[in-house]
Design a protein around this ligand. Sequence first.
Ligand code: BES
Ligand code: MN
Ligand code: ZN
Length: 499
Amino acid sequence: MRTYLASTAKTCDCAVAAVHEEGRGAVLGAAARALDKAAGGALQRALSNGAAPPKVGDALLLHTPKPVALVGAGKKSASLGDGDYRKIIAAAARALRKTSAAKAAFYLDELAVTGRNSEWKAGAAVGAVESEFYRFDELKSKPQPPGHRVKSIAWIVPDAARRALAAKGLKAGAALAEGANLARDLGNLPGNVCTPTYLAKRALQMRRSHGLQVAVLEEKRMAALKMGALLSVSRGSREPAKLIVLKHNGARDPKAPPAVLVGKGLTFDAGGISLKPAANMDEMKYDMCGGAGVFGALAACARLRLKLNVVGVIPSSENLPDGAANKPGDIVTSMSGRTIEILNTDAEGRLILCDALTYAARFKPAVVVDIATLTGACVVALGAPASGLFSNNQKLAAQLIKSGDAAGDRAWQLPLWDDYARQLDSPFADLANIGGRTAGAVTAACFLAKFTGDFRWAHLDIAGTAWGGAPRKLASGRPVPLLVQFLRDCADGALRDFF
Ligand code: BES
Ligand code: MN
Ligand code: ZN
């Protein structure tokens, strides 16, 4: 879908504009008034003839005869919050999908959103529309009923002063949507297609498609690096592990310290010898969504030519039961030299991530953010609204929260106190890979914290946010919006002391 900026819509086959509530009646917004005039008063007539004015989150589709979607935008005098604006653009996108329009024009820049400018409004709108039209049917044998595809969206900004901002927002929105769609596609692929080898192949393609530097480390190399924790997980699978490294060198100084993103790329998690129950185990194909998020974030950075050095590190493996698999009680030695007692083979994410975190230190990072579908406990704690956030640096944590809020992809901080870390004590090894029944998301993060050396680090537990539950089990593309906003903010100097 193409999005472009315009001052007026010359040709479009569906216009989207705002209508406000006033008492029990409806008041057309400025753009809707102009459309009404062009349609000989048809919009006003429909509303006066009893068509209920749409509430925030609803739309009224009228045919004048050209389709016009009037989206409810609340009281005209009130400034909207982020959440309301997002409801409005989601309603606009849904209404558009009900038409058969190929070229739409959105007249929504006129809405006032508290603390947000035209760039933000345009960016959020592109994201909402792309997300509404996302489909994943590449594995159906017969072509699906084509479904309605919008070819282009004109984002109308009559005010010349705001146009440059809106143009920036559209560009960012398109790059973000590409990244989020890539993450969703990779996530939705089944475990028998999306293996570590497949992910490595897709990574190598990003040299040509996105101009990224790509390296894939094989098991032999990982053994030479003494990644004993990571390799203990892949030993139980016929698919060899891969450690994928993606680089976007965008900073003016090629040696400037990078932001390093480490993504869990567990392409299928059966639990290993500590086998998971059968119900919904298919969802464990999504256990590589942290890695997919790193793919998506780097794709967006490249598209935006972001002036920041960014490195992606994706440890990728399967976790299956097998004669060579980890057994409860096994002790392995991580790349850091620390020994780990594996009390539950299903706590494998932290085993592959700890070696990837140790490896990340070699990039002399400004910050490291790892992203992982790490614990069921995080789903219990926060559900789908927020990813769990943990950090050893409060400035970094605060920025991630702020960027996530702006992107509509929120994170909520949980503690990393020593009181919890003690739950990982082991009588036999330096630490155990599980911390008991309580505070599972926290003890998992405490485990990772032990491998972060002296760099600034944050961990995002996306177990509750990376995909939707049954019946529509689609990958969400999260936390690509948070990550891309965060990296853009860093490029704009948000964490100047770090980079
Ligand atoms: N990939 C899972 C976490 C997960 C579970 C994500 C359910 C989303 C939904 C992870 O590898 C895992 O199995 N974690 C265990 C840890 C436990 C053994 C300490 C869990 O959460 O049950
Ligand atoms: Mn597991
Ligand atoms: Zn897992």
